[in-house]
Write a protein that binds this ligand. Structure first.
Ligand SMILES: *[C@@H]1O[C@H](CO)[C@@H](O)[C@H](O)[C@H]1NC(C)=O
Ligand SMILES: *[C@@H]1O[C@H](CO)[C@@H](O)[C@H](O)[C@H]1NC(C)=O
Length: 494
């Protein structure tokens, strides 16, 4: 009797926890958002770069047909016209081939799914050849008619959950997820993606939908496709866009029972810290003490495609590729720290916050260009190809589940910690040099700092760090150095 109950409890727990699990292949970690990349380019990136460098997965831009907006801004992809898999990133056959090639390279695919709404007025023709009339709420490509939408009203009051969830976000026609036909269409769309081999979903505008409706939808999602290497019974990883900086009527806690949430407070706080508005020593209790959701319910990031350009929420403290030294330090901290499921942003350069991705002709998206040092050109920033970032994905894989230990700080903006006896990092965000003997937790030996270089055979292209038989090493980070961080781990021992 007791045993049965205990087994049932374990089974229930496994079921409940499933949607928080990212489904990475073992020994891999770290997701990258390849914002606006084309499917063929992502497939090649999985094979040539992400697979070899240990990344766990890719978040891709919305896959379903969207409205063609004149100047081709990035946000046209958040204006659905139908659930046909046809966008500027490619068609269904290209999408399916990408998912197959990435899974074969050990890299999982997560789709940004937009089902809170359809296109706003002006979105009359789609990237897949469908037409629509948002004015009369007619989307024949699905098909949806006015019966499938909430009555028109504008979101004007974030203190009123009904207004936020039943009215229109910037004029986007608001689907009624309480309607069983609408639910069927959404479930079919998501299950089609799962059948093609994806590992999970980023749910756009989740805060604008009722948790009960989302629960009804998620409960009908298929298990992941075992033909793509997922274990039998594996559930899609769900991370929901819920912007909750702590002062609104709708709380992320209404959604964390259903899956993970995109933890915007992580982005806001890490930006403030590495911009020098908060001292690094306070990072010693990084996690729920900072108001974040639980670790397994937090998809964490330094910036995302919205807040890097001042859209959504986050504001002026968000760090982006435009402040590279601080950005790399914040990214290194996020990847070194055990809290949350980290996602690295990979951007295209922009001056104007509406600007879409690089194109060949104003419409067709251009492929990234790769330089000899592996960095990108052609308007693509590719933060994930910055050594200080991809080598920290390697660090995260090397340290695995090892506990955070040997915390040290100098009472202000110099900190260091180890992950068990597998890896060690130190940061200097002060305006004086760090030069101290610190406990690294690592076995004695000579290590290659994976921030300033990488291990190449038996030598190191960057700084080397000597760990003594007592585990201590002299750590030096000068204020004028290119990077304010050093990182060593067992796989970078010379
Ligand atoms: C922090 O480090 C700097 C440089 O090593 C030193 O001048 C300062 O006194 C340290 N602060 C504390 C509280 O030890
Ligand atoms: C760092 O400290 C060590 C030991 O105190 C000293 O020998 C060395 O010269 C210092 N390095 C720098 C660059 O200040």
């Amino acid at each position: 009797m007791f045993l049965t109950k205990a087994l049932l409890a374990v089974a229930f727990l496994a079921l409940v926890n499933a949607q928080y699990w990212h489904n990475y292949k073992s020994g891999r970690n770290g997701m990258v958002h390849l914002f606006e990349w084309k499917w063929d380019d992502i497939a090649a990136e999985c094979e040539n770069f992400l697979g070899p460098y240990g990344f766990g997965g890719v978040q891709v831009s919305p896959v379903n047909e969207n409205a063609v907006i004149g100047s081709r801004p990035w946000w046209e992809r958040y204006q659905p016209i139908s659930y046909k898999l046809s966008t500027r990133s490619g068609n269904e056959q290209q999408f399916a081939s990408m998912v197959r090639r990435c899974n074969d390279a050990g890299v999982r695919i997560y789709v940004d799914v937009v089902f809170n709404h359809m296109a706003a007025d002006g979105g009359t023709s789609g990237t897949g050849g469908s037409t629509a009339d948002p004015g009369s709420k007619s989307f024949p490509g699905v098909p949806f008619s006015s019966l499938d939408f909430n009555p028109t009203c504008a979101i004007t009051n974030y203190a009123d959950p009904t207004n936020v969830r039943n009215c229109e976000l910037v004029g986007l026609r608001d689907l009624n997820q309480g309607n069983s036909y609408v639910r069927d269409k959404i479930v079919d769309f998501l299950n089609h993606l799962t059948d093609l081999g994806v590992a999970g979903f980023r749910v756009d505008a989740a805060k604008h939908m009722w948790p009960g409706d989302l629960q009804a939808i998620y409960s009908r999602l298929n298990n992941l496709n075992t033909a793509h290497g997922f274990s039998s019974g594996a559930r899609p990883y769900i991370f929901q866009e819920v912007i909750d900086l702590g002062n609104e009527a709708i709380s992320k806690s209404e959604y964390t029972g259903l899956g993970a949430v995109t933890e915007f407070r992580h982005s806001d706080s890490i930006g403030k810290v590495f911009r020098g508005k908060d001292q690094l020593r306070y990072l010693n209790n990084w996690g729920t003490a900072w108001g974040f959701a639980d670790s397994d319910a937090s998809l964490v990031f330094v910036d995302n495609h919205d807040n890097q350009r001042g859209h959504g929420a986050g504001g002026a403290d968000v760090l982006t590729y435009k402040v590279p030294k601080q950005y790399k330090m914040a990214s290194a901290f996020m990847l070194a720290h055990p809290f949350g499921t980290p996602r690295v942003m990979s951007s295209f350069a922009f001056d104007n916050t509406d600007q879409g991705p690089p194109t060949t002709d104003g419409h067709n998206i251009a492929s990234p260009i790769f330089n000899s040092d592996m960095s990108c050109g052609g308007g693509w920033v590719c933060e994930h190809r910055w050594r200080q970032i991809y080598n920290m994905v390697g660090f995260r894989n090397a340290v695995g589940d090892a506990r955070l230990q040997n915390w040290w700080d100098n009472g202000s903006n110099q900190i260091a910690f180890s992950r068990g006896s597998e890896g060690f990092v130190a940061f200097n965000n002060d305006n004086y040099d760090l030069n101290s003997s610190l406990q690294t937790g690592l076995p004695a030996g000579t290590y290659c700092d994976v921030i300033s270089g990488f291990k190449s055979g038996s030598s190191c292209t960057g700084k080397t760090i000597q760990v003594g038989s007592d585990g201590r090493a002299n750590i030096y980070i000068g204020t004028s150095e290119e990077d304010g961080v050093v990182a060593i781990h067992v796989n970078a021992k010379l």
